[in-house]
Each structure stands twice: as structure tokens, then as C-alpha cells.
Design a binder for this molecule. Structure first.
Ligand SMILES: [Mg+2]
Length: 289
């Protein structure tokens, strides 16, 4: 099927099923309370323009990866290290830049769907680029004798396409079999079990991600509905802030987070009335004073 068919046919106006419980059985989904309306692509335009055009975003990524490289050098210099040192890196918007997919959604005026993402993941690996600084960090880690493990919620079904992208981009050195940890078909987006499996094989020194769930499932966001009311959204947002503050000892030490204003766990807490979630202000237009 051509892209134009996707743009005007089956997928037009598709919602974001990942946000309504992709990990739940079908029956549970049918009975689940309806979430807030999806955060539309039109509202993400500024975020995607920032990712694609702002040198400030590039500077952020370079700063994070350079700081991580310096931190890894310190860790590697420590005496009496455990064998098999490794770093664990999420892929999308941490190592891999999927601006092409986001541009496609905007250009064809379609909303995200898991089906469209899989279509892109499987067929358009040549369009994937790298997050600034990722390749330099990965090469530096390899020079330090540190294994790079990629842990992603890309699907195991499309392993060949993802591996081809990593090889084309020069960030896959050697066999990927045990170092490309993907989501099993029909599996959970919760990475906890996969993190434990990797930690059993490697001495993981540092984690990277653009989503807090890349670091710990404690950051999973509750599935609120409009019925819960605005206070529930505010409380859940404040709880995420508090959790991040409580994990302060990790940030920039063994957890490095890349900015992603276009999508992520955070958007589950964007309510039906996003304007109502903006910080209160006493400012009024001059003519109304
Ligand atoms: Mg990601």
C-alpha cells in the first residue's frame, strides 16, 4: 500500500492505541475507561520543529553524551571492577532519530498509531538517523571495553530492519544477538524483566533513555480519564516531579535522559483541556487592566 493510501484511507484519524493499554488483553481494553482524547499531532508541531531545526536541541544532546562519556571514563578507572561492563541504551529518540516518521505524520495529517509505527519500523530503516552525540559516545564506550546493549520497545518481529539501521549508522560493532533486546511480539512495554536479564549478564554502569520508564518502571504513569477530574491530573504530574527529585542521585551519575518534547510517557497526563494545565498567571492584557 502506498503512503498516500495510509494518508487518506484506513489510518486516517487513528488514535494512539499505545496510550490506552496496548499491553492489556483485548477484553480488558474493551471494558477499560476511556482515556483523555489523544494529544493530536497538530499540537506537536512546535516540538517536532524544535527537534528538527533547533541547534539548541543538538547542544543539549552533545552535552549529555559528552558528560556521560566523562562519567564512564571515571567508572572504568575505578579499581576492582566487575567483569563485563556495559551501558544500556534505549533506541528511539535516545540513539535513533525518527524525525522522518514524525514528518510523515504531519505531512499526511494522520495521527500516530502502532500500525503506522510498525509499517515505518519495518520498511523505512533507511530513513532513520542518529541523535547528535550518540555515535561518538558509543564508539568511546567500545574503546573503553564497555559493551553497548540496546534495549528498545521496537518489536522482535522487525529485528532485521532495526539491526540493519544500527549497522548502516555505524553503531553496531560485532554480533547484536544478545545486545539488541527488543519487545517480544505481543509482549509488554515494561522493560523491567529485560533490564533484569541484562543485569544478570553484564555489569551495567550507565542507562540512557528519553522516557523515564527506560530507567525504572516506578515512573509508569497512571491511566487517567476525564472522569478523574483536573485535580487527579495535577496530582499525577506533581507525583512524577517528586519521583524524579527522589531519584536525584541517579541523574547524570548512572542515568542519562535525552530530551524528547514530541512524545513520551508524560503525554498521558495531558488532559482534554491542555490550556487548563498551564501554570496560573496574574498577567492580563494591558487593555483589560
Ligand atoms: Mg525512546
Amino acid at each position: 500500500m502506498c503512503l498516500a493510501c495510509f494518508g487518506t484511507g484506513l489510518f486516517l484519524g487513528a488514535s494512539r492505541p499505545a496510550l490506552v493499554g496496548a499491553d492489556q488483553p483485548a477484553a480488558a481494553k474493551d471494558n477499560a475507561p476511556k482515556p483523555a482524547p489523544p494529544f493530536a499531532m497538530a499540537a506537536r508541531l512546535g516540538a517536532n520543529l524544535y527537534l528538527q531545526t533547533a541547534a539548541e536541541y543538538r547542544a543539549c544532546c552533545l552535552a549529555i553524551y559528552q558528560a556521560a562519556e566523562a562519567r564512564l571514563a571515571v567508572l572504568r578507572a575505578l579499581p576492582a571492577q566487575l567483569p563485563r561492563p556495559a551501558v544500556v541504551m534505549d533506541l528511539d529518540e535516545t540513539v535513533l532519530d525518527n524525525a522522518a516518521f514524525e514528518s510523515f505524520l504531519h505531512r499526511y495529517n494522520v495521527e500516530y498509531s502502532d500500525d503506522l509505527w510498525e509499517y515505518y519500523e519495518k520498511n523505512y530503516q533507511d530513513e532513520v538517523t542518529l541523535v547528535p552525540g550518540a555515535r561518538q559516545f558509543i564508539l568511546a564506550a567500545q574503546r573503553m571495553g564497555v559493551s553497548v546493549v540496546f534495549m528498545s520497545n521496537r518489536t522482535e518481529t522487525n529485528r532485521a530492519a532495526t539491526a540493519a539501521a544500527l549497522r548502516r549508522l555505524g553503531v553496531a560493532d560485532g554480533p547484536l544477538k544478545d545486545r539488541l533486546v527488543l519487545k517480544p511480539k505481543g509482549g509488554s512495554s515494561d522493560k523491567s524483566a529485560r533490564r533484569e536479564q541484562v543485569a544478570a549478564r553484564y555489569n551495567v554502569l550507565v542507562y540512557f533513555g528519553d522516557n523515564l520508564r527506560d530507567f525504572s518502571e516506578t515512573f509508569v504513569t497512571p491511566r487517567l480519564t476525564p472522569k478523574d477530574g483536573p485535580d487527579a491530573y495535577t496530582a499525577a504530574i506533581r507525583n512524577r516531579f517528586r519521583q524524579v527529585d527522589e531519584a536525584r542521585c541517579h541523574w547524570g551519575v548512572d542515568w542519562f535522559v535525552l530530551p524528547n518534547p514530541a512524545y513520551g510517557e508524560w503525554e498521558k497526563l495531558i488532559a482534554a483541556d491542555p490550556f487548563g494545565q498551564l501554570r496560573p498567571t496574574s498577567i492580563v492584557p494591558p487593555k483589560l487592566r
